[in-house]
Design a binder for this molecule. Sequence first.
Ligand SMILES: [Zn+2]
Ligand SMILES: [Zn+2]
Length: 340
Amino acid sequence: MEYIAETIALGVDSLILATCIKQYYKNKNAMAMIQGAPYLEINKDLKEIVGTHPETKLSYVSIRGTVKALGNPIISNSNPNVTGVIQLLRIKEHVIQRSSTGFWADSERVIQEVHNVMPFSLETKGIRIEVCDPLAADVLDMDVITDQFHPTVPSVIDHIWSFFAGVRQRGVQSTEKMLRTGTTITGIGELVAGKDGVIKLQPPSNGAPFYLTNMQVTSLIKKLDGSKKNYKLLCIVFGTIGIILAGFIIRKYLRIKRKKKETEIQKSLLEASRRERRRIMREGDLTENQLCVVCKTNPKEIILLPCGHVCLCEDCSIDISEKCPVCRTSINTKNVAYVI
Ligand SMILES: [Zn+2]
Ligand SMILES: [Zn+2]
């Protein structure tokens, strides 16, 4: 119980530190893998290159080409001039909610999220690479076509209701994102030649990250490097906080231990002096009047205040703390009395 605040703080710090370390290594590994992935031009030789590899597969490569729909592209809901191959429609509700602490805070909740996907390929000079399972991509860059917020105008009844319910609606946000046809993107993943001779880019089976991004490979590496450095900094910060907290706990533990030891020494010294006093008292015969009124064995050693009765030995005084056994007055303090 003595260490509860420090332990909770150390626990939270360790959790954040573990997340930062995980993210740092995730970025570092992704960077190393992308740096090791050869960049291949989409051209007519590509089929041959893929064909010469075992299982007609290249486990991790990067390619760059223009997005072309295989069939009719999806037409944007908000702008009929925009066409794409992946469409994300999301409706979010923004509310102000009363938290358990009594404060009102903004929060949002996704009401509906729909992905529409059209088969597509990456193309350069008429050569096509089909992209499989694009929604499995770790990074999938899409353009925001619309992002609108429709505020709610609350009525008086809504105000009263929200006061009791603890939730007030602020409005609804609708977003449309698309991977547009005609955009040039970089695809990093596994390249395979199908039985039909079609070359496909798909999520890597070795667990490496799958990217469909409008960034060039060099920019992507730069971005990952930046985020790796940020996580490294966070690791240093939270690591240092962890060491400081652990230091606090160790210091507190040692201090409490030292205090306990000191109290024990003090106690044993008192005990020894008491034994000595009793020995001296017993040497001269004690009369009934000089004995503790409770145990009738030890000499009277303790004065009770405010009544002033010297009627207890030290042993019995430990258990008696409320009322004086002689006059029933409430005990405020007990002191050692030296009766000569
Ligand atoms: Zn006694
Ligand atoms: Zn008394």
